[in-house]
Design a protein. Structure first.
Length: 125
């Protein structure tokens, strides 16, 4: 079961890399020239979804089988931030694809909150 847990940790880190990397690619990369509306990419969207799904499974599996002892306040904060990030990415991507207007600040908020969530994971001890 430890191997499954480690694979989930790997998937969780890949989700974070997709979310944060997709944001930085959108802000600094050539994607901005091709995407003048500043719509989040599918990479960001799926990274946010993967973060929530793997995070929930990791906590459940860790508590039930692996014997991890989690700080539940930290997990709650991370879940709340991840839900807000996912909601921002989902809504701005949907609005952008339908041609509706939205504030680019919402995309920046999603990227900043994703980085904040990574910082909480590493720095909150």
């Amino acid at each position: 079961m430890d191997d499954v847990y480690q694979l989930l940790v790997f998937a969780h880190v890949l989700g974070m890399a997709a979310l944060v990397g997709g944001y930085f690619a959108l802000v600094w990369g050539s994607a901005r020239a091709q995407n003048p509306a500043f719509v989040p990419s599918a990479v960001m969207l799926w990274g946010a979804r993967i973060q929530i799904l793997t995070g929930l499974v990791l906590v459940g599996l860790g508590e039930a089988v692996v014997g991890q002892d989690y700080d539940h306040v930290k997990i709650g904060v991370k879940l709340l931030v991840a839900l807000v990030v996912t909601a921002l990415v989902e809504s701005t991507r949907g609005r952008g694809r339908r041609g509706q207007s939205f504030s680019p600040g919402l995309v920046h908020a999603a990227g900043a909150l994703a980085v904040l969530n990574a910082a909480v994971a590493v720095l909150w001890t």
